[in-house]
Design a protein around this ligand. Structure first.
Ligand code: PFF
Length: 459
């Protein structure tokens, strides 16, 4: 079959960085940093990226580029009839699953961009932002319409193909995202009283660091780098054979971390400017859609032009970040159905989109008309979120590292990362050690933690 490749190295890096830079960079990383000792957390996080994240990323790149096919096919080829072939399929379905709720949130970012542009937050009492959000998500129609728009945009990019769709959009969207992040961070840092926010984010406070901090840093590193779901493996299947895998992985990780740190510079200076307690801003959706609209109004002047510009850019930034991640998740599933079931790209993408439309509709409605459907005490949306992020992702990353460390032929591994001897790889032994022992052990800890097993021990 005729398979497209990325047309340039920059395009490949930006596409992979687009997958990595997502909602997680903005709505989780800054808060985790602020609450876990500032720079101390950042240092631990960077160590997690270097020691644990990079080896998995390089392995996923290698598996994709070597086999030159979709993730399920890639593991099937490399597992040569053994049970390991399940790993690829699991990645595909996990990614597909994540897309269903991730795209719903993508729709929310569009709605909040619209609300910002129409100055809808002006004059709202601080205590009413929660109601605005709850009224919105529980409405049976409006979130659905935004979700459909978001997924149709994703679908459009995917149907344009690897070069004119994914690569081209990444080359436009990623620089746009970077410019917006810098603009927002600089504006926020220039607010009166902002230095306390910068200090909160950067002052290393080692007394806040305990085993729990390290576990959180690991979990965040894996999610943020888009590991374990076939995204990077699928994108790497479009790399050409001369792409340096180690260097590309490093570039992607640096971009991802830089954006996450800059997101902290957007959020905390504004929070401190209005004298809000940074421990009360919440995390995830409540931070993004309830606390921050209020923070931006008050910090930049209620209803002022600057508050409109700032908040519209902020939600647009979230939209762009979510879109490029959603594109990567969609591509994993599209490449899979197209190649494994011999469909045209358009047909494959349509099948993926239809499934996402159906399941995503259920996720979206689970805040409104379907809110009484509970599985293990969670609504459908949280069930999707927890199942993929808390259970399938750590399992996926753990098995990928075991597969790469123990099962893949070491000569093949070395040949691939050195591009058959063209590139020095002094880190090879360390990499294999990490894949074989450090990562599986680390994930076991993350996993046990997420199951709540450490809560009792570490209070
Ligand atoms: N890395 C993205 C984020 O930080 O929001 C989320 C994500 C995208 C996770 C794609 C996994 C994935 F395969």
């Amino acid at each position: 079959m005729n398979r497209e490749n990325f047309g340039s190295r920059l395009g490949a890096i930006l596409a992979a960085a687009g997958s990595a830079v997502g909602l997680g960079n903005v709505w989780r990383f800054p808060i985790e940093t602020g609450q876990n000792g500032g720079a101390a957390f950042i240092i631990i996080y960077i160590l997690c990226i270097l020691l644990l994240g990079l080896p998995v990323m390089i392995s996923e790149f290698l598996i994709g580029r070597y086999t030159h096919t979709n993730t399920a096919g890639a593991y099937r080829i490399l597992s040569k009839g053994s049970k390991w072939h399940w790993l690829g399929k699991m990645g595909v379905y996990t990614g597909w699953f994540i897309l269903c709720y991730y795209a719903v949130v993508g729709g929310w970012t569009l709605h909040y961009t619209y609300l910002s542009l129409t100055n809808a937050f002006s004059g709202v009492k601080a205590s009413d932002f929660g109601n605005i959000f709850n009224d919105f998500v529980s409405n049976p129609w409006i979130p659905l319409l935004w979700f459909y728009l978001f997924i149709l945009l994703t679908h459009y990019v995917i149907t344009r193909g690897v070069q004119s769709g994914i690569e081209r959009s990444s080359k436009i969207l990623m620089p746009t995202l970077f410019i917006i992040v810098v603009f927002l961070a600089v504006s926020s840092v220039m607010l009166p009283g902002a230095s306390a926010g910068v200090e909160f984010l950067l002052r290393p406070d080692w007394s806040k660091v305990d085993s729990k901090t390290i576990i959180e840093a690991m979990g965040q590193a894996f999610f943020s780098l888009s590991l374990g779901m076939g995204c990077l493996c699928t994108y790497a299947s479009y790399f050409d054979k001369t792409t340096p895998l180690g260097k590309t992985a490093l570039h992607v990780s640096v971009i991802d971390t830089l954006i996450a740190i800059l997101a902290g510079f957007i959020i905390f200076p504004s929070v401190f400017n209005i004298g809000m307690n940074p421990n009360e801003v919440g995390v995830g959706a409540s931070l993004t859609f309830i606390s921050l609209p209020n923070v931006f109004q008050q910090a930049l002047g209620e209803g002022s032009l600057m508050s409109i510009i700032f908040s519209a850019f902020f939600y647009f930034l979230l939209f762009v970040a979510a879109l490029t991640s959603a594109i990567s998740l969609h591509e994993v599933a599209t490449a899979y159905v197209t190649e494994e079931f011999n469909m045209t790209r358009n047909r494959g993408a349509s099948l993926v989109t239809i499934v996402v439309l159906v399941l995503g509709t259920l996720c979206s409605l689970s805040f409104g008309p379907l809110s009484n459907i509970k599985i293990l005490d969670r609504n459908i949306f949280s069930m999707f979120d927890d199942l993929s992020g808390v259970i399938l992702l750590p399992i996926g990353v753990m098995f990928i590292s075991l597969f790469a460390g123990w099962r893949l032929d070491k000569e093949l591994y070395r040949n691939e990362i050195s591009n058959h001897g063209d590139i020095e790889t002094p880190y090879f032994k360390m990499l294999i050690f990490s894949l074989r022992f450090m990562i599986p052990l680390a994930i076991l800890l993350v996993f046990l933690d997420q199951l709540g097993l450490f809560k009792a021990i570490f209070k």
